[in-house]
Design a protein around this ligand. Sequence first.
Ligand code: ZN
Length: 417
Amino acid sequence: MQLKTILNRVEPFKSFVYGKARWVEGSYRPTLEVELQARKNGRVICSGCGRPGPGYDRLPERRFEFVPLWGITVLFVYALRRVDCPTCGVTAERLPWAQGKCHLTNSYRWFLARWARRLSWQEVATVFHTSWRNVFESVKHAVFWGLCHQDLGPIEAIGVDEIQWQRGHRYLTLVYQIEDGMKRLLWVAQERTEESLRRFFQTLSEESRLSIRFVCSDMWQPYLKVIAEQLPQTVHVLDRFHIMKKMNEAIDKVRRSEAARLKRDGYEEVLKHSRWCLLKRPENRTEKQTVKLTELLQYNLQSVRSYLSREDFQRFWHYSSPAWAGKFLDHWCTRTMRSKIEPMKDVAGSLRKHRDLILNWFRARGSVSAGAVEGLNNKAKLTTRKAYGFRTYEAIEIALYHTLGKLPEPEFTHEFC
Ligand SMILES: [Zn+2]
């Protein structure tokens, strides 16, 4: 079987034929070159407008990198024709295997982009003997294609959240679709301002916006404001994950200031290494952490009381009626307000303030999957942390859409990976 036969199977072109293939001697990697020729009766298509036009001249030969075969670099060799287009003037012809000035074929770009979902961008570059830049450009192309061809359709539930990046100095606003059967990233923007979120709604079709029945978010004021303004018809839920996160942050604050105070007053450092045994749920604690906690419970410490108060609050999520859950919430807040523990009082204060939105959690039960935002957020954090070698916002945005956007891809004759 000839290489030509294989190529015609995996990458056939209507107006072009494969010519001779040759082994390139003396190149630094094993390399095959395959000639491409235009069919005799094929028309020259203008790359500007996509219409056929009269031929003008021929440009020097160019090489286009194709998907490697058995670790051998495969290059297409073709001398482009120019068209004398009545609309665009003299332009290069349109090619079915590559775009513009790009020296990578479309198939190779999709190949690299697909691998970039499984490996870091640097790993893909190393494995396929190409540059980080080529991998990045391929992923970018895949994301642009996907976003242009994406049809969001009706959306039932969304979650709004922020994550930190650049070592925690900056924020990103993320919007996810979080209903059963479809969990994906819909939007990324810089910062966590009203504007970051409002722009999402500006890109959304009226049909999609009106189809949203549930929205989950944290208690961040700019988000609350934009959601109230853009989704007046929607049940807005402050979700469990965010509320418990707030509480954990409060406990950590109490622990830190208490540890500092104990040290200052010359007490032994009972709170040393206690962070995780206070923050973890009982089922996730290690044996050592459980022993540490038992020890801690002997002291009447604010940290311990905060911890117990959070454990008590877990009962809240087990109610089925919003009315009873509301009663519990009120009692918990009253108790906590009397506790004299400032960070916990702050939590109780904001829970009181957003009482209705919190109780919506019980009204939305079953329609919004509780762990969805948390799960997607963990994946997003992993993506930003993974050593992709990116420092720019553009790269992080592309990486997030690529890994979490579930973007469409074109139909291929052959699946290269
Ligand atoms: Zn044209």
